[in-house]
Design a protein around this ligand. Structure first.
Ligand code: 8YV
Length: 309
């Protein structure tokens, strides 16, 4: 069976796929070869950082499954997929802990300025005096944007830090004791840390705008482990430059792998290269789910982790 691989996947998963299928790398194919084989591809493999557009699907007349190595599927035009009854699978659940762990890491790293303090020592500054005092994490107010799997996992960790937890979502969640805010502005105004945990995509584009950053304020810290698109990055840069916002811990950006220069070399901004789910254990589980979904498809069995309807 032929499979079209449209974005990069871990080597171990590639090896497993190659043992079972004829895997074609979209980026390595000449246009002529692609056109000749296009009708034979019923499965496309992608990842959470790539784009699978309506136009791309249009070039694959017999496409039936898009399997995403990642939980976020904002890069996939799911409306176009649904219209053609192309199934989409992703890798939910297995990466929740890692992403929540990195969110806590960024909360600690920004507020306690851990990378800045390391640079301080490396630059020999300790000889001239101690590092400036930083902001306390335990007991602080945490605001969570999007109380899904990852938001809940962060809340659970934050509770162990005695943080007071509030959130915003489409509506208040019945099974939740945390404080609900109907608007993001109100949540931001009541938070010391505001963590972006919502889906990416058109619905959440630039949700965190200048007004939200103003409300979070000079003592507030923004954390983003979701998608760069959810934050108005230009507004974020301005707010940081003007000192209107206290700090930011960012694993995702608007135009990866490009990170605005203005966000670098600052003690109050910590950046990581979209690595929240990148541990050996989790990448292995994500790979397993991709493989299981593809195998299920070819076996005519129910898909293991289709995206929600
Ligand atoms: C991955 C992600 O970095 O799960 C997601 O949505 O963004 C990450 O886990 C990505 O899918 C791998 O490219």
């Amino acid at each position: 069976q032929k499979i079209l691989k449209q974005a990069s996947l871990p080597d171990q998963l590639n090896a497993q796929l190659n043992a079972l299928y004829d895997v074609y790398e979209y980026n390595d194919m000449a246009a002529g070869e692609f056109d000749r084989l296009a009708a034979e591809f019923r499965v496309v493999l992608t990842n959470g950082e790539a784009v699978v557009s309506r136009e791309f699907m249009g070039r694959l007349p017999n496409l039936e499954l898009i399997s995403d190595f990642g939980v976020g599927y904002d890069g996939i035009d799911v409306v176009a997929a649904r219209e053609r009854e192309i199934a989409v699978t992703h890798t939910p659940g297995v990466l929740t802990d890692d992403v929540a762990d990195l969110a806590m890491g960024l909360i600690l790293a920004t507020s306690r300025q851990i990378p800045g303090a390391q640079r301080f020592i490396e630059q020999g500054a300790w000889q001239k005096g101690g590092y400036p005092w930083t902001r306390k994490v335990s007991g602080a107010r945490l605001g969570i944007i999007g109380m899904g799997r990852i938001g809940r996992a962060i809340a659970k960790r934050a509770a162990a830090f005695n943080m007071s937890i509030a959130y915003t979502d489409r509506a208040a969640l019945a099974d939740m004791d945390y404080t609900f805010h109907a608007t993001l502005l109100s949540l931001a105004g009541a938070s010391d840390f505001l963590v972006v945990c919502t889906n990416g995509g058109a619905e959440t584009r630039c949700l965190v705008n200048r007004d939200v950053l103003n409300a979070l304020g000079a003592e507030g810290i923004l954390i983003n482990i979701s998608r760069g698109s959810v934050v108005d990055e230009r507004a974020l840069v301005e707010a940081i430059e003007e000192g209107v916002l206290g700090g930011a811990g960012l694993d995702v950006f608007s135009d990866e792998p490009h990170v605005p220069h203005a966000l670098l070399h600052r003690a109050n901004v910590v950046v990581t290269p979209h690595m929240a789910s990148a541990t050996w254990a989790t990448r292995k589980e994500m790979s397993r789910l991709v493989l299981e979904n593809v195998n299920a498809y070819f076996a005519g069995e129910p898909l293991v982790t289709p995206i929600p309807q």
